[in-house]
Design a protein around this ligand. Structure first.
Ligand SMILES: Cc1ncc(COP(=O)(O)O)c(C=O)c1O
Length: 449
């Protein structure tokens, strides 16, 4: 097999795994017992030892249309051949404009301007920068504070971890951005455990924003950023009415509201975006992941008309740049081709409606895990679920990690955060797959210590 690089994938050994410093991974554990994926089609990965692994996580919440979609493969291949790259600054290419228009048409209201990035983290940092620069362009430059929420995940840039609220993602990295504050999270297991869909208690937690406004004064606050459903922290579904109340408070005080929809965008909740699901329109939306079905890295920020117009109006002479921000690969032609093909698939196959139709079955299936004594909460919305396990005393995260390893051994890929299992299969998932995911978790938990 000399000369065939794929052969290496089939012969992993600790000796050749050393160089790659793996992200958000227990490197030592992984390298002592590697789990390599070498191929993927529809709902399944193929592991290096030749097994079929059912994808219970859409990769990392991103492969919404399932794996190996021919239309995307062809679009990407054709675009690399036609034009591999075009400069992103002071030059354009048709696909970026076409994609931006298609995306704008998917979004509600006047969320109709699109700034391209390469990841969710970059989308978040872009939106935060736009928020601060917007107020400055408006003549309100004292508004520089950014407000996030405890347990929020907004990627790993310095902006994202500053507004984020996951302790382990913050505590190693110094003092972070100045002027950031956090609202309380919305997790209330004592009142809301085993809620189906939106929990009924906790809308009043939005009033925590009023506390922060009273402390810092609205005149210093640029924006509030939240995930409509906080997924990476273990699937915290917002209490009924909470997001609507946040919108009202932001409006009252002239604060921009940013929804981080890196996960909830592109059909995860059975609607185009979470903004449609909740009927609450933010000023900006950050996305990535499902935008290209995970096939090529790409992210995007959607901004309302008044934000874009502010930069254009304040921009001065025509030859001057209005926003000093962008990436070499903003609107990369190959990523645009992948995204356009992805949007075609979502539409042609009605995948967002499919997710909506399947959601009740999904809900019943995941809530059946309640009968296991180690399960202390089950949460769900759209095709997302969080299953919280009782931690082993003195060994936080061990029970869920063990379940992850055992499910993988039995051919199902799940994801864990802390002692919570997070599930988000591709939206092409069938009932038999849902049953397999839930049955495997159930069996593994029954046998667990
Ligand atoms: C809500 C949210 N924001 C931002 C990110 C970061 O995205 P990326 O890993 O593409 O930088 C994620 C990733 O999971 C996310 O869930």
């Amino acid at each position: 097999m000399a000369g065939n690089p794929i052969a290496v994938d089939f012969e992993p050994s600790p000796n050749n795994l050393e160089a790659f410093w793996m992200p958000f991974t227990a490197n030592r554990q992984f390298k002592s017992k590697p789990r390599l994926l070498v191929a993927a089609k529809d709902m399944h990965y193929t592991s290096h030892d030749g097994r079929q692994i059912l994808d219970g996580t859409a990769g990392l919440w991103c492969v919404n249309a399932g794996h190996g979609r021919q239309k995307i493969v062809e679009a990407v291949g054709a675009q690399v051949g036609k034009m591999d790259y075009a400069p992103a600054f002071q030059m354009g290419h048709p696909l970026a404009f076409q994609l931006a228009s298609r995306l704008a048409a998917l979004l509600p209201g006047d969320l109709d301007h699109v700034f391209f990035t390469n990841s969710g983290s970059e989308s978040v940092d872009t939106a935060l920068k736009i928020a601060i620069a917007y107020h400055r362009a408006k003549g309100d430059g004292a508004r520089q504070r950014l407000i996030g929420r405890e347990r929020g995940y907004h990627g790993v840039g310095f902006g994202g971890i500053s507004v984020g609220g996951i302790v382990t993602n913050r505590k190693y990295f110094g003092s972070l951005l100045n002027g950031v504050d956090h609202m309380r999270h919305t997790h209330m297991p004592d009142k809301n455990a085993f809620s189906k869909g939106e929990p009924t208690h906790g809308a009043d937690l939005a009033e925590d924003l009023e506390r922060i406004v009273a402390l810092h004064d609205a005149s210093t606050i640029a924006a509030v950023i939240v995930e409509p459903v906080a997924c990476s922290t273990g699937v915290l579904v917002p209490p009924l009415g909470y997001l609507k109340r946040l919108r009202e408070i932001c409006d009252k005080h002239g604060i921009l509201l940013i929804f981080d929809e890196v996960i909830t965008g592109f059909g995860r909740l059975g609607t185009n975006f979470a903004t449609d699901y909740f009927g609450v329109v933010p000023d900006m939306i950050t996305t990535a992941k499902g935008l290209t079905n995970g096939s090529v890295p790409m992210g995007a920020v959607f901004a309302r008309k008044h934000i874009y117009d502010m930069f254009m109006d304040a921009g001065g002479a025509d030859h001057l740049i209005e926003l000093f921000h962008g990436y070499t690969y903003s609107g990369h032609p190959v990523a645009c081709a992948a995204a356009l093909a992805t949007l075609d698939i979502y539409k042609e196959e009605g995948l967002f409606d499919r997710a909506k139709d399947l959601a009740p079955y999904w809900q019943d299936a995941v809530h059946s895990l309640k009968s296991n004594s180690k399960v202390i909460d089950v949460r769900n919305l759209g095709i997302i679920a969080g299953i919280e396990l009782e931690s082993i005393p003195g060994k936080p995260t061990a029970r869920a990690f063990d379940a992850f390893l055992k499910c993988y051994e039995r051919g199902v890929l799940i994801r864990t955060t802390g002692d919570i299992i997070a599930l988000s299969p591709p939206l092409i998932v069938e009932k038999k797959h849902i049953d397999q995911i839930v049955d495997t978790i159930s069996d593994v938990l029954k046998e667990a210590a």
